[in-house]
Design a protein around this ligand. Sequence first.
Ligand SMILES: Nc1ncnc2c1ncn2[C@@H]1O[C@H](COP(=O)(O)OP(=O)(O)OP(=O)(O)O)[C@@H](O)[C@H]1O
Length: 256
Amino acid sequence: MSANAVPALSIEGVAKSFGGLKVLSDVSVTLGQGECLGLIGPNGAGKTTLFNIVTGFLIPDQGRVAFAGEDITRAKPDVRVRAGLVRTFQKSMAFPELSVRENLALAARSRNGEGYGWFGSGKAVAAADEAADELLIRAQLLDRADLPVAGLSYGEQRIVDVLVSLAMRPRVLLLDEPTAGLSRAEGEHLIEVVRTLGEDLSTILIAHDLDIVFGVCDRVAVLDLGRLIACDTPDAIKAHEGAQAAYLGASLGEAA
Ligand SMILES: Nc1ncnc2c1ncn2[C@@H]1O[C@H](COP(=O)(O)OP(=O)(O)OP(=O)(O)O)[C@@H](O)[C@H]1O
């Protein structure tokens, strides 16, 4: 990103409490255009809460969120999705009984504000099916197009989750533990799919597998007890004492 380019996403001084529990305190971080930012931290550090604030499922008590320079702190989640700010969830949001193609086509149509209705102009339906097949070809999953999602392996289902989010043509994609439960090879394949299919995409990746985070991210942000304690290149984070301490003495340097 050039020095004066508008960040894809800007989180400024965000704070959030649930009752007496302070979950995020004064968190500020930017995501550059085309950047892949890792977001790591121990369980309960506030990572998903930050995603919920960025995607509009929660409103922060303090601070603001800007998307491509525009303040979206109070915008509704669906408005953010249509603007190109898309997320995945820890739990799959795909419809298990629908086919892979149907899931992707519905996501493509929802991006156009067409909702999840089955009926629409023949042209729109055909265009959505075409967009779905294009993604499936590029992810080498076209032979799975007509299968119900429930009939896929767990690893394939996680890739479909990512393809559903890509079908919404995001400009910024937030991935919440997309590699959880996958083998190292499956996790790397999934990230490769995102990187290959998401040209020009800016990404924030939450993952507990530090090898994956350090291997693919341009920078890594570390949350601990709701505070951003570091945000730097993977090598700098591996050597960062505070980040190491947050992981209870684990040597981050051993990863990747
Ligand atoms: N809606 C809520 N009401 C009350 N407490 C909540 C709520 N959502 C999250 N919390 C609490 O906020 C803290 C941060 O949770 P969060 O899920 O953001 O952490 P995380 O870093 O994503 O953790 P993990 O890696 O385990 O997913 C936790 O203590 C959690 O119990």
